[in-house]
Each structure stands twice: as structure tokens, then as C-alpha cells.
Design a protein around this ligand. Structure first.
Ligand SMILES: CC(C)(COP(=O)(O)OP(=O)(O)OC[C@H]1O[C@@H](n2cnc3c(N)ncnc32)[C@H](O)[C@@H]1OP(=O)(O)O)[C@@H](O)C(=O)NCCC(=O)NCCS
Length: 248
């Protein structure tokens, strides 16, 4: 009987979802499955999605969308009923997550709040990302278009990714670029997308040296001592650890 099969399958998937949440959420240690089901929005959204997805595939009209809408209202997580979601997905915190109609998500994927798996425009057909197994997507990241995020990749918080990502790569920035593949820094002349040139700081440095030169010439003409040099140094917020982009 399909109803019984559905219940058995959803129960198995949701058990796996709860155990994934417990493994990957440090705050879930020691929390029982019932409490997690009652209070973890990511788990609630997945439970509803797994039912809505099965009903969608069974050709049931309207109800899958109504369920998705209810889950969105409750959790802030919007998953289209047609989206293929693998086992062991963990959505931490939840709010603001959007998973589009043609998205495909593999097993043991982790999404943080504010992640969008979206399309780039009004095209039809496959238009949302494919996320392979064991991928982690940081909070606020936007992954747009029918791109593939390779197995084990990490997407940095607030990145905007519009191109395929190789397996086991770490991608950060807007637009997202790999900064590590297989744990090693990406090499090459244009590979540093973190330590970008700062044109404002460069302009301030140039102006400051021009002013210092003018003050020196004025002091020569008047015979007066030049004022103390302006400190126009632009101090970085933290020591730069990667390559100097100017050095390639
Ligand atoms: C991308 C991420 C997975 C990288 O983790 P990692 O593999 O440990 O790599 P590192 O921390 O060594 O980062 C590599 C470089 O990218 C930079 N970087 C990391 N995350 C970045 C981000 N989101 N945006 C821009 N640059 C970032 C780091 O500063 C580092 O630069 P460096 O080479 O100058 O040191 C992690 O930084 C991240 O964004 N995780 C998401 C976590 C999240 O969303 N948490 C929400 C909890 S509520």
C-alpha cells in the first residue's frame, strides 16, 4: 500500500535527518529526538518536505505546495516540493533558506541560515544547483543557476557562486572563487581572491605623499620647519596570511 510505504520511507529519512543534526550541531548533544523534532526548524522543514515531495511525485495536486507553504511559514525555510533532497541533510538555524524546484541535493549536505539554491533568471528546465554529497554551504551563500558543487566542497558564508565548484574545494567571495582544493591553496597568477587590491587606500597613500612633498617644498621656501608628517598608513584589520595578489 503506497500510504504505508510513504510513512516507512519518511520515518527512515527523518531518523537519518535527526541523527545528522545531532552529529553536526554541537548544541544538539544530549538532546532527545522528540525535542529535536519539536524545536529544530531544519528538521521540521525536512519532515514536511519529505511528505510534500512524495505527494508531488504521486501526482497529488495543491497539497504539496500547501505543505511547503506551511513549513515556510513555521520555519522560514522554503523547499519546493519537487526539489530532490538526499538523506542526512542538515539545515542549521534555518531562517531564510530557499531551495528551488530543480535543485538536487546529495547525501549528508549541511546548509546554514540564509542559503539560496536559486535560478539566475526566468529560464525554465533545470535551473537550480546540483549539490553533491558532503558539501557544506555557509550562512548567506547564494548558489545560482544549474551549476554543480562537487563532493565535499565548502562554500564560504556570504559567497555568491555562479560557476561549477570542483570536489573538495573551498570557495569564498563574490563571485565565489576557489581558495583551496584538496586542502591546498590554489596556485596561479590570478588565484588570490581574498587579498584584493584596495584602490581607496592606494589613493590615500598617494595623496599623503604628495602633501608631504608640498609641505617639504613650502618649508624650503619659508625656512620654517615642516609640520610633522601625516600618518596616512592604512592598517589592515588582521595580518594578511595568503599570497600578495600584486606578486601573483
Ligand atoms: C569557507 C569556510 C568553510 C572556510 O573554512 P576553512 O576550510 O577552515 O578555510 P580557512 O578558514 O582557512 O579560509 C581560507 C581563506 O579564506 C578566507 N575566508 C574564509 N571564509 C571566508 C568567507 N566567508 N568570505 C571571504 N573569505 C573567507 C579566510 O580568511 C582564509 O584566508 P587566508 O588564506 O588569508 O587565511 C568558512 O570560513 C566559512 O565561511 N564557513 C561557513 C560557516 C557558517 O556559515 N557558519 C554559520 C554558523 S551560524
Amino acid at each position: 500500500m503506497p500510504g504505508r510505504d510513504l510513512i516507512v520511507r519518511v520515518a527512515r529519512e527523518i531518523r537519518r535527518d535527526i541523527s545528522s543534526a545531532r552529529q553536526r550541531d554541537p548544541s544538539a548533544q544530549g538532546v532527545g529526538p522528540a525535542e529535536m523534532l519539536a524545536t529544530w526548524p531544519g528538521i521540521q522543514a525536512l519532515l514536511v518536505h519529505r511528505v510534500a515531495h512524495a505527494l508531488h511525485h504521486a501526482g497529488v495536486p495543491a497539497l504539496p505546495r500547501a505543505l511547503a507553504f506551511a513549513a515556510r511559514t513555521l520555519t522560514g525555510i522554503e523547499i519546493h516540493p519537487a526539489a530532490n533532497v538526499g538523506e542526512g541533510l542538515f539545515i542549521d538555524h534555518g531562517s531564510g533558506v530557499v531551495i528551488g524546484e530543480t535543485a538536487d541535493i546529495g547525501s549528508d549536505v549541511t546548509l546554514y541560515q540564509g542559503v539560496t539554491l536559486g535560478g539566475t533568471g526566468f529560464s525554465t528546465g533545470k535551473r537550480h544547483p546540483t549539490i553533491e554529497d558532503n558539501v557544506t554551504i555557509g550562512s548567506g551563500a547564494k548558489l545560482l543557476g544549474p551549476i554543480t558543487i562537487g563532493h565535499g566542497a565548502k562554500i564560504g558564508a556570504n559567497s555568491v557562486v555562479v560557476a561549477d565548484v570542483p570536489a573538495n574545494a573551498t570557495v569564498v567571495g563574490v563571485p565565489g572563487h576557489p581558495v583551496r582544493v584538496d586542502g591546498r591553496r590554489v596556485e596561479g597568477p590570478d588565484a588570490d581572491w581574498i587579498h584584493l587590491p584596495d584602490p581607496v587606500a592606494d589613493a590615500m597613500r598617494a595623496l599623503s605623499s604628495r602633501i608631504a612633498e608640498l609641505e617639504r617644498q613650502l618649508a624650503d621656501l619659508t625656512g620654517e620647519a615642516p609640520p610633522p608628517a601625516l600618518d596616512a598608513t592604512v592598517h589592515p584589520l588582521r595580518p594578511v596570511q595568503g599570497r600578495n595578489p600584486a606578486g601573483g
